[in-house]
Write a protein that binds this ligand. Structure first.
Ligand SMILES: [Zn+2]
Length: 487
């Protein structure tokens, strides 16, 4: 019996707890009976609320109530106005309210290399330009500068969560935390020396430290990011998977991006990239795969079975002429597909509105089939689809009770957004990043009326431009040469 083993002190504690619970229930009961109001931190009212829930509910004249960073109610403004009393209220009449966009694959600090080397094949671009520039210029300081530039750009275009693979990951994690942006921050692992590691073992040791430092952070989640099957040996990939399993972290990897990769991997291991990874038991937990341009039908079945999430990067795939990912086939197979910008060196921006537009149009024109990827499917991929890819669908990706308050407000009072027949069509084919007026992440405002609140945008841009002047390859550029000679 309960009392036989309880000390007098623990009995006393039990009485107090019971009394508190009874008092609380009485209070809630009386409030409900009297229709008393519920205090919340924030109410966004009278907006066109695009929830992206499983029924794709859209509420005209809708409200979202937020308390302590959590969405506590979503519904018609008329039903909610007497129920909640907010410390702060935003009137969103004439505005669209939706979940923040999820950029499921990027390399934030590569904003520093925006426009450094364009119009080249992936192989040449990577080995002759990007890797040499990274070897020379990627340091903790430059990653911080590039990350801040990326964060400013992402907030401005409505991205509230990103997934990243790069070096000196702690710099990005800290910058994102300060800017108040949610991120899955992957430390890259390659078989050859990188700007921050001499060997994969060094990268793994760094990841262990990072994981301990950022454990339970509300915004930052560390990831193990082996770059690709062509830059990581089977041993490295196995170790990466083991580390991810041990620490409970997601994996981020580029897979099946180009025909060359598929033929190289098949030539070397006898099977295409996804099968190769499966043989190494790489799949099973949260694996965020970037690209997946050339999976075979067999590999698509495998990806669905192993619950692999795909970050589709249409602009990067178009710019590097890598190919067109079979997104409709992957969606039909039940694979979670999100959208990503990839790094700004192969895009050349981090604007998810442009990515949505490109994703839908690319599928249509490449198949000569206008129904190939609909506006609904595209907005889904950019929100809840991306959240699923990152394993964060219980926390973000839609406006629903209990989810974290990551949301954006779009001003509809603009010529290119009038008239409005279909919200998904508007978002994919007509809207752009600059239409995003206000951004909340974890219930905290990070941009209001186009003003950034957590970053000093002027100094972020100045620092990035100053650093770019030091990159000698850029000296050939007419614009930078001109600026350099006038400063
Ligand atoms: Zn990438």
């Amino acid at each position: 019996m309960l009392t036989t083993w309880m000390t007098p002190l623990s009995k006393y504690r039990l009485y107090i707890v019971t009394a508190i619970v009874i008092a609380f229930l009485a209070l809630v009961g009386s409030q409900m009976a009297s229709g008393a109001t519920v205090p919340v931190d924030l109410m966004i009212t009278n907006g066109l609320v695009v929830t992206m829930d499983s029924a794709l509910t859209v509420i005209e004249g809708g409200s979202v109530a937020v308390d302590k960073g959590e969405i506590v109610a979503v519904g018609p403004a008329s039903a909610m106005k007497d129920r909640y009393v907010a410390t702060r209220t935003i009137d969103a009449a004439g505005k669209l309210v939706m979940p923040g966009l999820v950029n499921s694959h990027t390399h934030a600090a590569m904003t520093l290399f925006r426009g450094l080397a364009d119009d080249l094949p992936l192989d040449t671009w990577l080995t002759k330009h990007i890797w040499p520039a990274e070897a020379k210029f990627i340091t903790p300081a430059s990653v911080r500068i590039g990350a801040n530039l990326a964060l400013a750009e992402m907030i401005r275009s409505g991205t509230t969560t990103f997934s990243d693979m790069y070096f000196f990951a702690d710099e990005l994690a800290q910058a994102a935390k300060t800017a108040g942006v949610r991120g899955v921050v992957g430390e890259a692992v390659l078989d050859f020396p990188t700007p921050d590691s001499k060997s994969p073992q060094e990268s793994f040791a760094a990841i262990e430290k990072l994981a301990a430092k950022w454990k339970n952070d509300p915004l930052i989640m560390i990831a193990v990011a082996p770059h690709s099957p062509y830059t990581c040996s089977p041993e490295t990939l196995k170790s990466a998977k083991k580390l991810a399993d041990t620490l409970g972290l997601p994996l981020i990897i580029h897979v099946s991006e180009t025909r060359k990769e598929v033929s190289d991997i098949t030539g070397k291991y006898g099977v295409p990239p996804f099968k190769h990874l499966d043989r190494l038991d790489f799949f099973g937990g949260t694996v965020i795969v970037a690209h997946a341009v050339y999976p075979t039908p067999d590999e698509i079945r495998l990806m669905a079975e192993k619950k692999v999430g795909v970050a589709h990067n249409p602009e990067s795939n178009m710019k590097l002429a890598s190919g067109v990912a079979p997104v409709p086939e992957m969606l039909r197979a039940g694979i979670a597909v999100g959208l990503g910008t990839d790094g700004a060196a192969s895009n050349n921006n981090l604007n998810m509105f442009k990515e949505m537009n490109a994703a839908a149009l690319l599928q249509k024109v490449s198949r000569l089939e206008p129904t190939a990827m609909t506006a609904r499917e595209t907005v889904t991929a950019a929100t809840i689809g991306g959240a699923k890819v990152l394993g964060l669908e219980k926390r973000i990706g839609s406006l629903e009770n209990g989810k974290r308050a990551d949301l954006i407000i779009i001003d509809l009072n603009r010529p290119h957004l009038v008239p409005l027949y279909d919200v998904y069509s508007l978002l994919v084919y007509a809207a752009n990043g600059a239409d995003v007026e206000t951004v909340f992440i974890e219930g905290r405002p990070v941009m209001e009326n186009r003003k950034l609140l957590t970053l000093d945008e002027g100094s972020v841009m100045r620092e990035a431009q100053k650093l770019a002047l030091k990159i000698p390859i850029l000296r050939d550029s007419p614009v930078v040469s001109y600026k350099a000679s006038h400063e």
